[in-house]
Write a protein that binds this ligand. Structure first.
Ligand SMILES: *Cc1c(COP(=O)(O)O)cnc(C)c1O
Length: 375
């Protein structure tokens, strides 16, 4: 006879260890006072929205909503493969790259394992680690940039995954390919390096690579991309991973069989094809990113040079001018920025590049705030 389990029986269902350690993710706010115009610059969404062709494709998919989607996202993967000149069978699509982060962590980290990321890295990484019962570990940054030496120093025998957002959110900074290669070279071969390139399309720096070459050269590197930012499809939840064969096989075993909706697949294909629109979106971002950086700097604020579609802005410590007070002031006027205290940056706010008018109105309101204008 098996031994009798003497442990007390819980009164109600209990989640596995780690789940209740998760501080629930708080998204960028989207509501202001009733009747007030809202300027939402809190979630790094596209300043100019989706391609009109993506909207048409989405609408055209409506009549088929009683059908299950193509579980293999065949047409979409083929379109991504053509666009980036990579093999379609090593692309796995997800319901946002968030889903792919969760799937990767669940597949490769177990209780007792460590998931390593950089100090001001994306909060979904530690959330996914806790959800898997694993331990999230942060390595310090230097001047709001990923520090490869600090990451390598934090690797232990328990490390199973390293997440690198490049460029990073919420700092807006990036590290060059040589640094990424040095990080990869310093990792044991059983550690999976995940290059989260959610903002790759916005980068115009010469010394940047999203990660294609490393994925092709190694069995332990995955690159994540999203349609939520430049493509303007955040509501549809669409991301993809470029993987080594073994990792694609693992993701395809554990993902939901119909994890990407038909409408998202159709809009994704249409977006990829509308290269003129994507170019316009990129140009818009580059122009207004430079304008807003200049304007906020003129106002005496410290702006971290950004290669993305948002700026990290340091507010003064002096009472009446702090980030928390600026946020309250702007919120009362319907201008929603993102507090980043949860990222270890209590004196900063993050502001997404919106329309030109939204950038101007936000800058004017920040100027009023700094002037001590209470009206
Ligand atoms: C916005 C963002 C993503 C994309 O998330 P989706 O789930 O694809 O919308 C991924 N990583 C980082 C760092 C981000 O900021």
């Amino acid at each position: 006879m098996p031994p009798v389990d003497q442990r007390p029986v819980p009164e109600k269902p209990r989640p596995r260890a780690g789940i209740m350690d998760i501080a629930p993710y708080v998204g960028g706010r989207s509501k202001a006072e009733p009747g007030q115009r809202v300027i939402k610059l809190s979630s790094n969404e596209s300043g100019i929205g989706p391609s009109p062709k993506a909207i048409d494709a989405y609408k055209a998919a409506a009549g088929d909503m009683h059908r299950y989607p193509d579980g293999g996202a065949t047409t979409l993967r083929a379109a991504i493969a053509t666009r980036f000149d990579i093999p379609a069978d090593r692309i796995v699509c997800g319901s946002g790259s968030d889903e792919l982060i969760h799937l990767l962590t669940t597949a490769y980290a177990a209780p007792g394992d460590e998931v390593l990321y950089s100090e001001h890295g994306f909060l979904v990484y530690p959330i996914s680690a806790h959800a898997a019962g694993a331990t999230p570990v942060k390595a310090p940054e230097k001047d709001l940039r990923t520090d490869v030496d600090a990451l390598l120093a934090a690797v232990t025998p328990a490390t199973k995954l390293v997440y690198l957002a490049n460029p990073n959110n919420p700092t807006g900074t990036f590290i060059p390919p040589a640094e990424v290669a040095r990080l990869h070279a310093g990792l044991p071969r059983h550690v999976l390096l995940v290059l989260d390139a959610a903002y790759a399309e916005f980068v115009d720096a010469e010394d940047y690579e999203a990660g294609f070459a490393l994925v092709e050269a190694a069995e332990n590197v995955v690159m994540l991309r999203t349609f939520s930012k430049l493509y303007g499809l955040a509501a549809l939840r669409l991301g993809w991973a470029y993987c080594p064969e073994g990792v694609a096989d693992v993701l395809n075993r554990i993902r939901g069989p119909f994890n990407v909706s038909s409408a998202a697949q159709a809009a994704g294909v249409a977006s990829l094809e509308d290269t003129a629109f994507l170019e316009e979106a990129r140009r818009h971002n580059t122009t207004w990113r430079a304008w807003l950086t200049g304007r906020l700097t003129q106002l005496g604020l410290e702006v971290t040079p950004s290669v993305t579609n948002f700026l990290l802005v340091r507010f003064p410590d002096e009472a009446g001018r702090t980030a928390a007070e600026a946020d309250a002031y702007l919120t009362a006027r319907g201008i929603l920025l993102r507090r980043v205290a949860a990222y270890g940056l209590p004196a900063h706010l993050r502001i997404s590049i919106g329309t030109g008018e939204e950038c101007e109105l936000a800058a004017a309101a920040i100027a009023d705030f700094l002037r001590g204008d209470a009206s």
